[in-house]
Ligand binder design. Structure first.
Ligand code: KG4
Ligand code: ZN
Length: 356
């Protein structure tokens, strides 16, 4: 089965061409192309502007497609992200996919971006060909999805059968990283900048007061990051009052303490969910899974509960948004839906708040 997958939910314009062959035991995946174009136009605005994202997707989609289709035959299916994300950006991908679907006379399959983040862990580091066992991982699994728009704990009963058991009540963790970066005068996206600063922390760096760990002890699986961000703002204002600016070594202390606070609440809630749901597998996905302090803290605690080989993070290239994960999620949806009906006639709409 040949799949062309398209992802335009935010500021990455991404297309991928996959070949999937399955037998009883395994699924063989060949990645023919996997192109991710990150729009740099947003950097100067310090955040993603939907109108600019839309314009850039419209410019980039045909250019990337042409590159991919130069040496490929018409695929069997097109998979496209239908949500969640920025609706004007999502519509670019959907319209583009539908036009292609009509031209090539093949079905267009809508895919949930968050299911893509879950399944991104199936792809090994730096590879173009790999095998997935038909039984993907021991179930039930728990997925922690941490990105710029989401912070969710998802119980995975089966592929395609998800229940959100906890989520943020305000900001997503990536959003908090981005806002704290802005407070410290760092460019967008702020997550990698905060992580870089935090890694310079040592005992010679000035100590600051502890930041709060919001909702650390609540009996649910929810998160809150807005209070942590505000506390960081007040602390930064106090330091500015005292020093006239935020000295570089204080920026390191703040980045380190903020990252520690985020890691601690995420780890605590995830371990509680892992134990309470009796999950056998832990999947960590989304842009913030690039943060080593957070993933190391999660892995260290989770391996006291489940075997290390059942704890998965995406390869470095696939932590952020990409079309490969959309192709994989689309593949499993095609297999599921084929059993129900053979005509793949979806009415596809962009849904900014689409839930798992
Ligand atoms: O999944 P993603 O690429 O896009 C969304 O669907 O949101 O995630 C982007 C988010 C941004 O907020 C970015 O700052 C954050 O992931 N991020 C990080 C790191 N790398 C990216 N946050 C913390 N540490 C990182 N190393
Ligand atoms: Zn994402």
């Amino acid at each position: 089965m040949k799949i062309l997958a398209i992802e335009t939910s935010c500021d990455e314009t991404a297309i991928c061409y996959l070949e999937m062959n399955s037998d009883q035991e395994n699924i063989r995946v060949i990645i023919q192309h996997n192109i991710i174009h990150t729009q740099l136009e947003h950097i100067e605005y310090g955040g993603v502007f939907p109108a600019i994202a839309k314009r850039e997707h419209q410019i980039n989609l045909p250019i990337i497609l042409e590159q991919i289709m130069q040496n490929q035959e018409i695929p069997d299916y097109i998979c496209v992200t239908s949500g969640p994300g920025l609706e004007p950006a999502l519509w670019c991908g959907i319209t583009f996919a539908q036009e292609l679907g009509e031209k090539w006379n093949i079905p267009v399959i809508p895919v949930n971006h968050m299911e893509g983040h879950i399944l991104s862990i199936l792809v090994p580091e730096k590879t173009t060909e790999f095998t997935i066992p038909a039984e993907l991982f021991p179930l039930p699994a728990l997925a922690l999805l941490i990105s710029g728009g989401h912070t969710e704990l998802v119980s995975v009963k089966n592929i395609g059968d998800y229940a959100i058991i906890g989520k943020t009540r305000d900001d997503a963790v990536g959003e908090a990283f981005d806002k704290v970066a802005r407070i410290l005068g760092l460019p967008y996206p702020g997550g990698p900048e905060i992580a870089k600063l935090a890694s310079q922390y040592s005992e010679h760096i000035p100590k600051i007061e502890n930041l709060p760990r919001p909702m650390l002890h609540t009996p649910d699986y929810d998160f809150s990051f807005s209070g942590l961000k505000t506390a960081t703002l007040y602390l930064s204002q106090d330091i500015t009052k005292e020093h006239g600016t935020i000295p570089d070594d204080y920026k390191i202390s703040i980045a380190h303490e903020f990252e520690q606070a985020a890691a601690e609440v995420i780890t605590k809630k995830t371990m509680k969910a892992l134990i309470d749901t009796g999950s056998q597998t832990l999947i960590i996905g989304g842009g913030v899974s690039a943060n080593r302090t957070i993933t190391q803290s999660l892995i260290q605690k989770a391996q006291e509960i489940i075997p290390r080989e059942n704890i998965h993070t995406p390869s470095k290239e696939l932590t952020g948004d990409n079309a490969l994960m959309i192709g994989l999620a689309g593949y499993f949806k095609i297999i599921r839906d084929k059993q129900k009906s053979s005509d793949f006639n979806y009415e596809i709409r962009a849904d900014g708040n689409l839930s798992l």
